[in-house]
Design a protein around this ligand. Structure first.
Ligand SMILES: CC(C)(COP(=O)(O)OP(=O)(O)OC[C@H]1O[C@@H](n2cnc3c(N)ncnc32)[C@H](O)[C@@H]1OP(=O)(O)O)[C@@H](O)C(=O)NCCC(=O)NCCS
Length: 141
């Protein structure tokens, strides 16, 4: 995937797993097959426990089935209700149209663009910022 970098060896994967300890990572499993189709995760910002990042991915052969919308809704509920967060944010590549649509569907709003914010494969790329406040979260069911 274009936006994945720095993961080339087993050590990189172990580093990723260790980092997962500081966040909540939920596996998404298909009820029909029992197979894993992706993850959704939330993590607290170091400088503000009430604010956290939101992220996830779905296997490319399992896209557009509503898995991210369903699991994302559950994760957001956990963040706002169980972990007492008041704000979630996500950063995406401006060219990532599926992610933009998926975040919008979950209620996230566009907050701006960080220009040349991230180094990816030797190039500085822009990052779109998306945010969701507990107070504006509609899907409270
Ligand atoms: C973005 C991503 C998580 C969406 O997962 P998904 O399970 O396919 O999403 P859903 O099925 O819940 O769809 C949510 C919305 O996005 C739209 N969408 C999903 N994939 C799309 C695509 N390839 N092109 C256009 N729209 C797309 C869906 O149509 C739906 O909108 P709608 O109900 O108005 O039609 C998945 O494509 C992915 O893993 N991408 C790579 C990782 C990534 O970008 N993660 C986002 C980080 S926040």
């Amino acid at each position: 995937m274009r936006w994945v970098c720095g993961v080339t060896a087993v050590e990189d994967c172990l580093k990723f797993i260790l980092e997962c300890r500081t966040s909540q990572v939920y596996g998404i499993f298909e009820s029909k097959t029992g197979g894993m189709v992706g993850i959704v995760s939330i993590g607290r910002r170091k400088d503000s426990a009430a604010s956290g990042w939101f992220s996830g991915w779905i296997r490319s052969d399992k896209g557009k089935k509503g898995y991210f919308s369903d699991s994302g809704t559950l994760a957001i509920r956990q963040a706002f209700r169980k972990y007492g967060m008041h704000r979630l944010y996500a950063r995406i590549d401006p060219n990532n149209r599926p992610a933009r649509k998926a975040l919008q569907k979950l209620g996230f709003r566009y907050e701006g663009c960080l220009r040349r914010d991230k180094l990816l494969h030797g190039l500085w790329i822009n990052q779109e910022c998306w945010g969701l406040l507990k107070s504006e979260w509609k899907n409270k069911a």
